[in-house]
Design a protein around this ligand. Structure first.
Ligand code: ADP
Ligand code: ADP
Length: 233
């Protein structure tokens, strides 16, 4: 089943007299349960494509269908609704609320989803357990290591059961050993059927994924199955 289907999507920025075609024509299809890495040099269009896939921005041309919703022509409000339902974001900088505990950070997206307080606590605790952090539930972000913070962020991304886990440089702020631990977690999530799309500069990190899509100058340069994904165990 297709989760992501872009057809000839383009993105043009106009800055004064300058025209920048950040994406020229990108056609990609990702099935449910795939684990894909996007790579490419700086300026190749990775962030632009991620923002479109994550429904943070709309393409200028072409069509984007996300889990059977045609999102290419949606309004800002419709996009926000689809985004909250379908996408779990993970960032390089974790983006946790500093005054809230790990549990409260993870429970946050459930407030908008309309769960009661006890349902939120139960669901957030279960998700923290799934990332191996239930023993740190009541710690604040500054009482956690970088790897633990990223686990909290991953739990927050997953708590609403999104159709895609969208990770932008998820190991960008982590040391090598911790990065591999996060890749081990991604591998477990993949084994459980989660769809994972990540952007990374690091070849070593991309090699954990099962498919590598390379962008260059706003175009797909290559899109290949990784026949030998790195085994983190
Ligand atoms: P990457 O993530 O691979 O570094 P980006 O998607 O950030 O690439 O950028 C692709 C191109 O689009 C670059 O030339 C960049 O300068 C341009 N660009 C990105 N965002 C904007 C914006 N908001 N306004 C104008 N130009 C932009
Ligand atoms: P809403 O419009 O529903 O308030 P938000 O702007 O809070 O939505 O963002 C919804 C989701 O998009 C959140 O998961 C948030 O972390 C993510 N997000 C918001 N801004 C950015 C950004 N600039 N880059 C990447 N993700 C973002």
């Amino acid at each position: 089943m297709k989760i992501i289907e872009t057809t000839n999507i383009s993105k043009r920025y106009i800055m004064g007299s300058e025209i920048i075609d950040a994406l020229k024509s990108v056609t990609i299809s990702v099935n449910k349960g795939e684990y894909v890495a996007f790579m490419g040099p700086s300026g190749s269009g990775k962030s632009t494509l991620m923002n479109i896939i994550g429904c943070l921005d709309s393409p200028t041309g072409g069509r984007y269908v996300l889990n059977n919703h045609d999102v290419s022509s949606m309004s800002e409000n419709e996009l926000a609704e689809i985004r909250n339902k379908e996408i779990g974001f993970v960032f390089q900088t974790f983006n946790l609320l500093p005054r809230q505990s790990a549990l409260e950070n993870v429970a946050l997206p459930l407030i908008y989803a309309g769960y009661t307080k006890s349902q939120r606590t139960e669901k957030a605790m279960m998700t923290l357990k799934n990332v191996g952090l239930d023993n740190r539930a009541h710690h604040k972000p500054n009482e956690l290591s970088g790897g633990q913070r990223q686990r909290v962020a991953i739990a927050r991304a997953l708590v609403n059961d999104p159709s895609i886990l969208l990770a932008d440089e998820p190991t960008g702020n982590l040391d090598t050993k911790t990065s591999y631990e996060i890749m081990e977690l991604f591998d477990q999530l993949y084994s459980k059927g989660n769809t994972i799309v990540m952007v990374t500069h690091e070849e070593d990190i991309a090699k954990y994924s099962h498919r590598i899509i390379r962008l260059r100058d706003g175009l797909v340069e290559s899109d290949e199955v990784n026949p030998t994904p790195t085994n983190p165990r």
